[in-house]
Write a protein that binds this ligand. Structure first.
Ligand code: NI
Length: 185
């Protein structure tokens, strides 16, 4: 199975509105998911959306290591097809994000803390779950990719945007969770 090329910010595929997947359990989708999983593993990221590998379909994969989930339990490799994300309340928090399409950089981005996610898994079975914290952040980031949105477009404060090495060497403390009404999204 091939490792796929990853589109970088500036390529128009990343600005497209991706199409619904018609047959979530079809063989073409299974092959795409397999190739995306190998590509994500090779690239060393947390999530990968189909438009990032030049396929404008509503599908992404993600995997969260135990060190990032907040409760020290890893989220295994998960596929979400035709996702729908709904905010459960007005809690917004800033958190650090990177993107394989924006290599070498990261930023603190405001996201909903608590969401409901619906969609379909790799076998075509319905997904309906509530997520919070970093996993909710990843799902919002990846769903944005399906709507042509990259994380810089979500930023509220560009002081929290920089190269990985520099922002880790000189960490800026992030403000606490704020209600949505006080946050420019
Ligand atoms: Ni990304």
């Amino acid at each position: 199975m091939p490792i796929l090329k990853i589109a970088r910010m500036g390529h128009p595929i990343l600005l497209q509105h991706a199409a619904e997947v018609v047959e979530p359990d079809g063989p073409e989708i299974a092959a795409l998911i397999q190739n995306m999983a190998e590509t994500l593993e090779d690239a060393g990221g947390v999530g990968l959306a189909a438009p990032q590998v030049f396929t404008a379909l509503r599908l992404f994969i993600y995997e969260v290591p135990a060190s990032r989930t907040g409760d020290a339990v890893a989220v295994p490799l998960t596929t979400v097809i035709n996702p729908v994300v709904t905010a459960l309340d007005d809690e917004i928090e800033l958190g650090w994000e990177g993107c394989l399409s924006i290599p070498g950089l990261r930023a603190a981005v405001p996201r909903h803390r608590n969401i409901r996610l619906t969609g379909f898994d790799a076998g075509g079975k319905p997904i309906d779950k509530t997520l919070s914290g970093f996993e909710a952040r990843v799902v919002q980031h990846e769903t944005d990719h399906l709507n042509g949105v990259l994380y810089p477009m979500r930023m509220s404060d560009f002081r929290y945007f920089g190269f990985n090495e520099e922002t880790m060497r000189y960490p800026l403390p992030l403000p606490d969770i704020r209600p949505e009404s006080e946050t420019r999204l």
